[in-house]
Design a protein around this ligand. Sequence first.
Ligand code: ADP
Ligand code: MG
Length: 689
Amino acid sequence: MSDRQITEIKGVGAKTAERLAALGLLKESDLLFHLPLRYEDRTQLTPLNALRAGVWAQVEGVIVHQSIRYARSRMLVATLADDTGQCLLRYFRFYPSQQRQLTEGARVRCFGEVRWTQQGFEMAHPQTQTVSDPSPSLPDHLTAVYPTTQGISQALIAKLIGQAVDRLVKGQLLLTEFLPSRGEAGVMDSLAEALVCVHRPGPHENIASLLEGNHPAIARLAREELLAHHLTVARQNHAREQQKAPVIQPKPVKGQSVVEQFIQGLGFEPTPAQKRVIDEITQDLGTHRPMRRLLQGDVGSGKTVVAGVALVMVAASGLQAAMIAPTELLAEQHHRTLKQWLTPLGIEVVWLTGKVTGKARASALERIANGSAVVVGTHALFQEPVVFKRLALAIIDEQHRFGVHQRLALANKGKREGELPHQLVMTATPIPRTLAMTAYAGLDVSVIDVLPPGRKPVKTVAMSQQRRDEVIDRLATVLREGRQAYWVCPLIEESEVLEAEAAETRSAELAKVLSDFKVALIHGRMKTKEKQAVMADFVAGKTHLLVATTVIEVGVDVPNASLMMIENAERLGLSQLHQLRGRVGRGSAQAACVLLYKPPLGEMATERLKVMRETTDGFVIAEKDLELRGPGEVLGTRQTGVMRFKIADLGRDAHWLEDMPTLAASLDEVAREGLIARWVGMAEAYIEV
Ligand code: ADP
Ligand code: MG
């Protein structure tokens, strides 16, 4: 028998199927590609007198005592005994069924983390299973622990995957081998063998290498996935070649080119790098072939001007263009900038984010439907009710904050019969070229590699937070000179609330000691209106010091701000520090960045701060980041929104890429289709990107 829909599996109802779909599990075979997060060793039982604190162990015995205790709350406590000793089982939350399971005399097998307390060894909330006497045999392989989702328990997903693996082993679930057998070292030849190894490694298997992904079984899977991805991109490119985008031919206004008028209005000359990219984009837009261009440029390199030119060209052709930013704050700033640039040219700019409601929203939607030229906003523009009259260009700023799917959603917005909008995506996160080719497969890449003239590199120092008073003196001096400054309090815990609180406390303190100046506060938990007002005041120079959480990280542009303080700098990654520092040094004054850290510094943190002191070059910093954190982290799908892989890791597996065209060429059409269906899904493969 072959593959089945997940709903055809016994015991999987509609609700469960829906939840499994959220994990990308639609077919029975998908279960096989849902890889473990980690493994537990349940191949042995630990005698109770051999327990050690801090170790995960599996134990088995008889319950000799059970009681409900009242400490801060009600808890269930049971004593487990075997021939060698005793151990306490503690449940801070419990169901009546657990109470029944742990009655005196019951025989149970428990797996959990061992703790040492004054009463002896105990396990809190161990996984518990009632067993018969004599007890059932132990598994002969390690037990996989899988990623789950709301409503899908570990037990359920493990059971479903276990059944699929059983069927694979018995030859009931057939997986076609599409790759030619090559007998290469370091790569398993058989797909089925690789899958069984990953789900049920023997007790002596090299688990670290399975988890890190350099195991021959993972190599087999990753390589196949990369191949499927390669095939998909080739297919999408082919599909795109069949599509047409509107040809952008700006009409002159008052006998003069609008682009020239736009540039004259800027008050500065575009850099050679900006001019080159503008030329590339102009060429792309001038043809029917839908543009898919990625613009990489370091913070402050002037990507917005380039975007502005593209918007103007489209508007002057009588068509629509949209520009999307990842945060309200940044969208608001673009709106301000673009209004200032475009209004004199007679181009209307519409503003739409999730926070625009009521009449304003209705009016924005109406103007978009009627064909208003330039629309600026956040991902609200992806949403259902937004209907464009004829969207010819979509620009996505700070693209690493968006997912591929969001980019596609916007493209689909503009899709009409046989027509796709052009796309420009911009990012300040430089990634090495080899990786960029796959991560941004299907995109042409432009780079702005020169900063606007007159910029002096930001001077960076690292100081212990014990010297905060000194830092505040320096801050006061800068403010007295009429300059502005940022004070960033980054995430102290994984909590926006705590982060906001820390920023609030700090801003109150600073307002007290810097009583001659106006100190303002901005954080992610404030209402959009408040944030906008705070930003507007800072831009206008009405406030002097802006205390902020990392919400200001992306794109904020206030040229008069020349000092950036970053607290807890030791906790931030290089690229984040670089982004934050990029907020200053945008004007002509010498800018400085103070990295405040809490000693003692770890080795990694020391190295990071050193890199920050030594260079301001985003590409150098990206390379360093890669070196320090490893490619997987740098490209982590969470951050970058690049192509998602189930198993492959672009950093780790980049060495396979070179081989892909040859491998692809060796396959017939059936194998190509099969691989795409297995790894990517047919629906997605046919989306025109
Ligand atoms: P980013 O690439 O980080 O988005 P921006 O587009 O925000 O950078 O530009 C940073 C600042 O530099 C802005 O104040 C912008 O007006 C200014 N700028 C851009 N290009 C030039 C240029 N060619 N000459 C002078 N200033 C420029
Ligand atoms: Mg920007």
